[in-house]
Design a protein around this ligand. Structure first.
Ligand SMILES: *Cc1c(COP(=O)(O)O)cnc(C)c1O
Length: 391
């Protein structure tokens, strides 16, 4: 269907940080399939795991025990705020399930009148009827009738507005600790702490959408860990499967307490093939030095991008984000979408976002040498853009 304005480019092979197109060109991957290829392309451990699992068992449904699913759940929960995990196949499924779980908590807790969720402006939570209503972005709501009820949107980062929106019907607060599609907008650590305190004060479920910013992207396994606080429920997807469709809801025992057999489910989610791959991603990410490398490399890239922005004020306005989730906001007169195309022509893949931002979401295996290469392409493209503007 006519859902995307696709680039006229076809890739036939990927290796590490690079994609190879059918036109024979090699591209530096600084978008990672939109933050999905967390461990790069064709990682030998991923390939071997998928191939071995493919010879054994693909799918049995959740009517039966799935040892690799239990293993992945245990691994994801033992080093995080969470006690429970649920696996699905995509981001929106994780987010929509997280919202359901938050509502069910209050229902089972004897307060069925609490069902509404406070969300924030600039959010993106997926494309289902509920998640487009949650994000409340007019661009994604148009033409789909009256938005699903149950969501109250307030300005991002404004604690007073959020507290004013709380009523006796409020069940939850849901947001991305770092907005992705909205233009790489990080919440301040103080705001995240205040959200936790407010959720506790009013007995609300705090739901984080870490579909884009989680799974090591910021240099910690979960973005909220930088703020020394935790949500009750978290949605994950994208990087968790490294390219295989995997989503997950993580929750504390309390957060998940509303769910009993029959109230949520999935046919495909958490199947043996997906869980083998999910465990392989975690093998790589929990190996010694992996997250340290994300921190080291992202610090290196950050300082280079600061200089790039300072050197090219007519092209870039600012750099923002955390870890390897960075956004270059283009100067007025420069269109982010054109910049993405110009970078592509120069051999580097990035992805646009709202607010005139070029997103950099490289696989988390990126090294300083890849950052050097990326910055060289950015400098070259900026110079071309500046001289075109003058001409
Ligand atoms: C991508 C994304 C989603 C939706 O994920 P899908 O797998 O496309 O359904 C939801 N929330 C955030 C923050 C995302 O980045």
């Amino acid at each position: 269907m006519n859902t995307y304005a696709r680039y006229p480019l076809t890739f036939e092979r990927g290796e590490g940080m690079y994609l190879y197109a059918t036109d024979g060109r090699r591209y530096l991957d600084f978008y990672g399939g939109i933050a999905v290829n967390s461990v790069g392309h064709s990682h030998p451990h991923m390939v071997k795991t998928l191939q071995e699992q493919a010879t054994k068992l693909w799918h049995v449904s959740n009517l039966f025990q799935i040892p690799d699913q239990e293993r992945l759940a245990t691994r994801l929960t033992q080093d995080s705020f969470a006690d429970k995990a649920f696996f699905c196949n995509s981001g929106l499924e994780a987010m929509e399930g997280a919202l359901k779980i938050a509502r069910r908590y209050h229902y089972k807790n004897g307060q069925p009148e609490k069902w509404r969720t406070i969300t924030v402006q600039g959010a993106f939570h997926g494309r289902s009827l509920a998640t487009i209503a949650a994000a409340n972005n007019p661009k994604y709501l148009e033409g789909f009738g009256k938005p699903a009820d149950g969501f109250d949107s307030v300005p991002f980062g404004n604690m007073n507005a959020l507290r004013d929106a709380i009523t006796g019907e409020t069940a939850a607060i849901a947001l991305e600790p770092i907005q992705g599609e909205g233009g790489i907008n990080p919440a301040s650590l103080d705001y995240l702490k205040a959200l936790r305190a407010t959720a506790d004060e009013y007995g609300l479920m705090l739901v984080f959408d870490e579909i884009q910013c989680g799974m090591g992207r910021t240099g910690k396994m979960w973005a909220h860990e930088w703020a020394d606080m935790a949500p009750d429920i978290l949605a994950s997807a994208k990087g968790i499967g490294g390219g295989f469709p995997v989503g997950a809801i993580l929750a504390t025992d309390k957060g998940a307490s509303g769910i009993d057999p029959g109230y949520h489910g999935t046919t495909f989610g958490g199947n043996p093939l997906a869980m083998a791959v999910g465990n392989a991603v975690l093998d790589i990410m929990t190996a010694d030095g992996f997250l340290e490398n994300v921190n080291k490399v992202s610090g290196y890239l950050w300082s280079k991008l600061q200089k790039l922005v300072a050197d090219n004020p007519t092209v870039f306005e600012t750099v923002r984000g955390a870890g390897l989730m960075l956004g270059l906001k283009c100067a007025s007169g420069v269109v982010a979408g054109d910049m993405v195309k110009a970078l592509m022509a120069n051999g580097m893949l990035t992805v646009g976002a709202a607010d005139n931002v070029v997103r950099l979401l490289p696989p988390l295996i990126a090294g300083e040498e890849h950052c050097d290469e990326a910055v060289a392409i950015l400098e070259k493209t900026a110079a071309e853009t500046a001289s075109k503007a003058e001409g």
